[in-house]
Write a protein that binds this ligand. Structure first.
Ligand code: BES
Ligand code: ZN
Length: 989
């Protein structure tokens, strides 16, 4: 064994750092549903906190220290290679990437964990008793190297009850190493002290609203005690919690309550036992003063499960919807996947301070309160839908994530991609399947596609990473879910179910890889799915080009498809991937044509669609017996996450598809393409001031043809179609947003682009006014009808509010007062905030009146105040930065609370006018804010920095000033590794 003494005082210059896996620009782009967000039609969107997903934990930056630390150099240590911490031990703060290929099991397994928490206001003591079993070859016991964190205070180390002598262990900021261990199994007892009340990173054990709570995924457990903090070490846990009874009457942990009782000095205890082996990232503890709502669910096999939702007392009347969603999710998983819950108790706890949305800790899910609490007066339809989806998602993890977990964090998409897929399917069954698919596809395009094309592009299963927290990305989650969907599209629902059954049969109780998942799918169906492997290795969005030709005499129709994936940072060579391309053919009158595909290249058919199996760089498919030249409907149901270009597709074809296509996605996509083409064309005219420099943007746009009558007619047909689901109608009426357009126009000026979009919206509003007004009337909820968050009622509201957004763009005083009236009269939050959102985009007095009345009405409701912040921050009224800066000083704004940051800074970034102000003031403000927040919570700050990863998309002037600000952030002394990583990557790209 070789040890190296190193001096940790000097930090290696950051510029020598190796570039890492990516941060999450998607967080800043938002993932609002196309149809449901009560977007104003000018492109500003109200930010829901639900836009903010996947919050990784805070990583504590390595700081100067003078202690001398010795590092194990042998690979056997079992922690350093996988965790990338060796670098932290030996050469100080130069984070080393971890490689997937280097995976090695730990030299010991821990199969039993007994934890005792003595919670206190001064400090908390954690006693950990771990049962170690050898997992090494040979006779000489290797050292144990456990992960820790700088804020752990080690009190004692014992092996089998005896103090370990000083010279037999080493402790550093990030590791504890013990050597001289006995042969065979032994118990290791570690006592540490921590200060949860000072933990502003919200990772590990911390306090929120006076209560203790935990967040351990991905690597937060090491902030509680020294441990093998990695997902392949599965142990059974018992947890004893001791705390003063007055302030902390409720004591919760994973599993079943074994015992509870009084202690001296007004303290009490509870002991919990979790019978299922789990990785430490699923550990949870809650201690506090909480109210509980109780219900129960009887499983298919007749077992009764108690369901408890814990919230702060004042919120106890807002948990019914989450409870109902939980029961629906439990039933759905039994019906669709045959999966039952496995314990007698399932707890959900809502906390106000949470980096992420929610966490699937075994039997003790912890949620950001905004994803639990809902009442018609305080939550929007979107909030309700999001709560339903997230409650289900975390519940579904009980099987996909907890019973079968990940071998290492490279496999994250194994649990997250699969569970997102499952929550998407659940929501589709609860609501409108077509609308859900459109929402998900639209979110992917708007947010994941840019990530896949930007400075942080990475495969759904990365090959290397340095900071795990920068790796909970839209790619791993949303593209990962699309890749899971590919299996279902190829195998059919029944085949997919067979694969899932085999996956659980083989792997229950173990930690596995994405390859194990693919093997189960393949073996259960006796097919070769190796071609899907490339999706796990390649970053970037495949581009597919399709051209078609009809041969009238042979009555054949040929579809020629070619694919290529653009190079991404560090990955220039790309192979073709297997793409199931769902295709339908429509005849002259819009009727679906029967499909006969030559050869056996189809992977099957669904109704009037065929699934073409595209796996080579270029392929041809021939349909026979085609009676007339059809209009093709391609990539139906968004059958693969690709960018599709259809050669020779005319505007008439698109209008035809908007009218006739029975596939909701393809129909919506046709409408999007119409909008895209128009705005790209008008942008060119608007940006070209060379010919008539003194003309206004509107003049230049109308000189270029303005908004075509054909588009107006297509929109009118949607508005007049009374049979159409309102949510689908709203989606069809939503023009492509700023991020999508920005990606399509090389180095576009974002402000001009915004003005063009605004011009189009106003033109449409002028020409469609009577239809918009009629649709508003038709979809107003009759006063006699009670509010319900169900899909049917919500669909009417989303269409109505979409129309109001268009009308607001008219800029008429009469409309402003109508909107203010609607705002005042609203009987639910959806309508109230929609009217206010429309006004917030208009510089009028009603805007100020509405915003101040709203604040007065809701100032005591945290979650509603978030909406108020977000609305103002996203506004495109010019000069709005000053207002946002004032909000930062407002008594309602609490910079320590992640939700507050997400509701102020992220929406601001989505305002083209103010974030991208030509004088650079928006970028400067963002940089200043990142630096402020970084001192409190670097995970939140890193998210705020992700717009910089997209800087290459903008015009060169803006690139220059964005880079200056990114550089200023990068150069700041004491910056966290999290933020540094994001800005560094952005500057390098
Ligand atoms: N396991 C995650 C939560 C998590 C991820 C916590 C990373 C800490 C670090 C959870 O299952 C999750 O994915 N939550 C999402 C919401 C979900 C509906 C996609 C979230 O928190 O945004
Ligand atoms: Zn998840």
């Amino acid at each position: 064994m070789q040890f190296t003494a190193v001096n940790v005082a000097k930090r290696v210059s950051r510029s020598t750092w190796i570039p890492f896996a990516l941060a999450r620009p998607w967080a800043l782009n938002g993932t609002q549903s196309t149809s449901r967000a009560f977007a104003t039609t000018t492109g500003a969107r109200y930010s829901r906190l639900s836009d903010v997903r996947r919050r990784p934990y805070l990583c504590v930056p390595a700081r100067s220290s003078t202690s001398v630390i010795q590092a194990p150099q042998e690979e056997k240590s079992g922690v350093s290679e996988q965790e990338g911490d060796k670098g932290a031990l030996n050469s100080m703060a130069k984070p080393q990437p971890v490689y997937r290929k280097d995976y090695k099991p730990t030299p010991y397994l821990i199969d039993q964990v007994h934890l005792t928490f003595q919670l206190g206001e001064e400090h908390t003591t954690v006693l950990s008793d771990l049962h170690f079993k050898p997992n090494y070859q040979g006779d000489s016991p290797p050292e144990v190297v456990l992960n820790g964190r700088k804020d752990l205070k080690l009190q004692s180390v014992k092996v089998d009850g005896k103090d370990v002598p000083q010279e037999q262990y080493e402790v550093s900021e990030k590791l504890l190493m013990i050597r001289g261990l006995p042969k065979g199994p032994f118990n290791l007892q570690i006592e540490t002290q921590i200060k949860p009340q000072d933990n502003t990173s919200l990772e590990g054990l911390y306090k929120s609203s006076g209560n203790f709570c935990t967040q351990c995924e991905a690597e937060g457990f090491r902030g509680i005690t020294y441990f093998y903090d990695r997902p392949d070490v599965l142990a059974k846990y018992t947890t004893r919690i001791e705390a003063p009874k007055g302030p902390y009457p409720v004591l919760l942990s994973n599993g079943n309550l074994q015992a509870s009782g009084e202690l001296s000095d007004g303290r009490h205890f509870a002991t919990w036992e979790d019978p299922f082996p789990k990785p430490c990232y699923l550990f949870a503890l809650v201690a506090g003063d909480l109210a509980v709502s109780k219900d129960s669910f009887t499983t298919a096999s007749g077992r009764r499960v108690d369901l408890h939702i814990y919230v702060q007392q004042q919120n106890i009347d807002r948990v019914a919807y989450a409870m109902q969603s939980l029961k629906a999710a439990m039933k759905w998983d039994e019906d669709v996947f045959g999966l039952e819950y496995d314990l007698d108790l399932f707890n959900i706890v809502a906390v106000d301070d949470f980096n992420m949305g929610a966490m699937e800790n075994k039997s003790l899910n912890i949620f950001n309160s905004r994803l639990v609490l809902a009442s018609p007066a305080t939550a929007t339809d979107d909030d309700f839908a999001r709560i339903e989806g997230v409650v289900a998602h975390e519940y579904f993890h009980n099987w996909t994530g907890n019973r079968v977990t990940c071998r290492d964090w490279f496999q994250l998409t194994l649990k997250e991609g699969l569970t997102v897929f499952r929550d998407q399917e659940f929501s589709a069954d609860m609501r409108s399947r077509g609308v859900k698919r459109v929402d998900d596809a639209s979110a992917l395009r708007r947010a994941q596609f840019p990530e896949d094309a930007g400075a942080f592009a990475h495969p759904i299963r990365p090959e290397e990473y340095t900071r795990m927290d920068n790796f909970y990305s839209l790619t791993v989650y949303e593209k990962g879910a699309e890749v899971v969907r590919l299996y279902q599209t190829l195998l059919g629902q029944a085949g997919f179910r067979k694969g899932m059954d085999l996956y659980f049969k083989r792997h229950d109780g173990t930690a596995v890889t994405c390859d194990d998942f693919r093997a189960a799918m393949a073996d259960a169906n006796d097919v070769d799915l190796s071609a899907l492997g490339t999706w796990y290795q390649q970053a970037g969005t495949p581009a597919v080009k399709v051209s078609t030709s009809y041969n009238a005499s042979a009555r054949t129709y040929t579809v020629k498809a070619s694919q290529s994936t653009p190079a991404t940072p560090g990955q220039s060579h790309k192979d073709p991937v297997l793409i199931p391309l769902a295709v339908g053919l429509l005849g002259k009158s819009g009727q679906p044509l029967a499909l006969h595909l030559q050869g056996s290249k189809a992977n099957g058919s669904a109704g009037d669609s065929a699934v073409l199996r595209l796996e080579k760089a270029s392929q041809e498919f021939v349909f026979t017996e085609v009676p007339e030249e059809p209009v093709p409907s391609l990539c139906r149901n968004f059958s693969a996450p690709i960018k599709l270009e259809v050669e020779g597709q005319t505007e008439d074809d698109l209008i035809f598809l908007v009218k006739h296509d029975t596939d909701p996605f393809a129909r919506w996509d046709a409408a999007q393409r119409l909008g895209q083409a128009l705005m790209i064309q008008l942008y060119a005219a608007a940006a070209d001031t060379s010919k008539n420099g003194s003309s206004s943007l509107a003049e230049r746009c109308s000189a270029a043809g303005g908004v075509k009558q054909s588009l107006v007619d297509a929109f009118r047909a949607v508005l007049q179609d009374k049979a159409l689901d309102g949510a689908m109608a709203a989606a069809l009426l939503t023009l492509p947003g700023p991020t999508e357009l920005q990606a399509m126009i090389h180095h576009a000026d974002p402000v001009t682009l915004h003005e063009v979009r605004k011009y189009v919206v106003k033109e449409l509003a002028q020409q469609l006014r009577p239809d918009l007004e009629a649709a508003v009337k038709r979809n107003d909820l009759p006063a006699s009808e009670e509010y319900s968050p169900d899909a049917a009622q919500a669909a009417k509201r989303v269409l109505k509010n979409k129309c109001l957004g268009f009308l607001a763009a008219l800029g008429e005083p009469a409309v402003y007062s109508m909107l203010l009236q609607r705002f005042r009269d609203a009987s639910n939050m959806t309508d109230e905030i929609a009217a206010l959102a429309a006004l917030t985009e208009c510089p009028c007095k009603e805007r100020e009146t509405g915003l101040s009345e709203f604040y007065q009405k809701w100032k005591d409701e945290n979650l509603v105040v978030l909406k108020w912040l977000a609305l103002q921050a996203a506004s495109n009224v010019s000069g709005n930065l000053a207002a946002v800066q004032e909000l930062q000083q407002h008594p309602a704004f609490n910079i320590k609370n992640p939700n507050n940051c997400y509701s102020l800074f992220l929406p601001f970034v989505r305002s083209p006018v103010n974030f991208h102000a030509g004088d650079g003031s928006g970028y400067r403000f963002l940089a200043d804010s990142i630096l402020t927040v970084d001192k409190i919570n670097s995970q939140v700050a890193a998210r705020m920095a992700s717009p910089f990863t997209q800087l290459k998309q903008f015009d060169s002037e803006r690139q220059t000033i964005m880079k200056q600000q990114a550089q200023r952030v990068a150069d700041t002394e004491g910056l966290s590794e999290n933020v540094f990583e994001v800005v560094q990557k952005s500057l390098k790209d």
